[in-house]
Design a binder for this molecule. Structure first.
Ligand SMILES: [Zn+2]
Length: 371
């Protein structure tokens, strides 16, 4: 959910657009989409209305922690920090939180997530602040690049390909492909972390570390997702969550677990099945319950996972790419293998968007049973 063009702090704004459809959370529209059609005035309202809800708990927690550590910091510095936090809390109360002190336009969500006390938008940061921000971005991009799997991981029975295109310097999408100990099995995942920029990319690396650690324990898929949810819940702020679809491919077949993410697409000969969400996103509730769906997949058939950056990619008129066109694009290359399918989608999305810049990270993963 990292957005390149929206300046709105994302979590609450995005959550408010999630609706329950038959027990499944679905995203309906996005702030970035509305930004294009309704303009900046709308965006400013969203920023001031939602920012308080989103940042107040962590500001209060910060204040409590600071007070607990009062004796260990010089008094002048302590008073300065408390005053900064109190001023932010006051701005939340009067509705001006998240607006730049210099130009009164919304501060970039990425900046606020990185430092909830920031008072200036990107163009109005000081030279030193701007440099520090750029260095954070570069470091986060380097960390993230190292975490991405090799582009094609192949096993005796499975062929895989993924494409990962962050909207900004760093992304909040999670993409994983890990061959398992027996040499014939594979763990795969596509996820989408709430938030933007550096903060979202670091949460994504956190999620990746959780799964890599849990994979060593040889758990069932459902146990692994439940534990990942608890760990993610316990180690991140309440506003942080991630939608995720993950699975395991073995010599006997496939199983997947969808936690609030876009449906997996099972492309079979002559039919396409949507494998919708059966659980809440990770990080929302520690006691979240998950179910695993076994999938029967024939030779030459594919499971495709993607992030909503693809289906919600927009053309210059603001229309979205949507799942139907994604399925058509995949089916056109059904016989030609995982790489051809992935390339066809990315080319078609680029053709669709034309001059419209990407508003969200795009991830596509194809897991194909060798025929
Ligand atoms: Zn400004």
């Amino acid at each position: 959910m990292a957005r390149a063009i929206s300046n709105v702090p994302q979590e609450v704004a995005t959550l408010s657009l999630m609706v329950d459809v038959g027990g499944r959370l679905e995203r309906r529209g996005s702030i970035a989409g509305q930004y294009c059609s309704l303009g900046r005035a709308f965006e400013m309202n969203v920023a001031s209305a939602s920012a308080g809800y989103s940042f107040r708990p962590q500001l209060l927690e910060r204040r409590a922690r600071l007070q607990a550590a009062a004796g260990s910091v010089p008094t002048g510095y302590f008073n300065e920090l408390i005053a900064e936090i109190d001023s932010a809390l006051q701005r939340i109360e009067i509705g001006s939180y998240g607006l730049c002190d210099a130009c009164h336009l919304p501060i970039e969500g990425d900046l606020l997530e990185r430092d909830p006390l920031v008072r200036y938008c990107l163009p109005h940061l000081s030279q030193a602040e701007l440099l520090a921000y750029q260095q954070d971005l570069e470091l986060a991009a380097q960390i993230q690049a190292k975490l991405l799997p090799p582009r094609d991981v192949g096993l005796e029975n499975w062929d895989t390909q993924y494409r990962y295109v962050p909207a900004g310097a760093v992304g909040g999408d999670y993409c994983e492909l890990i061959p398992l100990g027996d040499g014939n099995s594979l763990f795969f995942a596509v996820g989408d972390v709430a938030g933007k920029g550096v903060a979202a990319s670091l949460l994504m690396t956190h999620l990746s570390a959780i799964f890599r650690s849990l994979l060593l324990l040889d758990l069932s898929l459902v146990d692994m997702v439940s534990r990942a949810n608890r760990l993610f819940c316990e180690s991140t702020a309440a506003a942080h969550y991630a939608t995720l679809v993950c699975g395991r491919a073995t010599s006997s077949g496939l199983e997947i677990c969808n936690a609030g993410h876009c449906p997996g697409l099972l492309l079979q000969r002559g039919a396409t099945q949507r494998l919708g969400s059966t659980g809440l996103p990770l990080g929302l509730f520690c006691g979240g319950q998950y179910t695993v769906t076994p999938i029967s997949i024939g030779a030459g058939e594919s499971l495709v996972l993607y992030s909503d950056g693809i289906t919600e990619a927009q053309d210059p008129a603001g229309d979205e790419y949507q799942e139907e066109r994604l399925i058509t694009s995949l089916r056109d290359r059904f016989e030609q293998g995982a790489g051809a399918m992935a390339d066809a989608v990315m080319r078609d999305v680029a053709r669709f968007c034309r001059t419209h810049p990407p508003v969200d990270d795009m991830t596509l993963l194809v897991v194909r049973r060798r025929g």
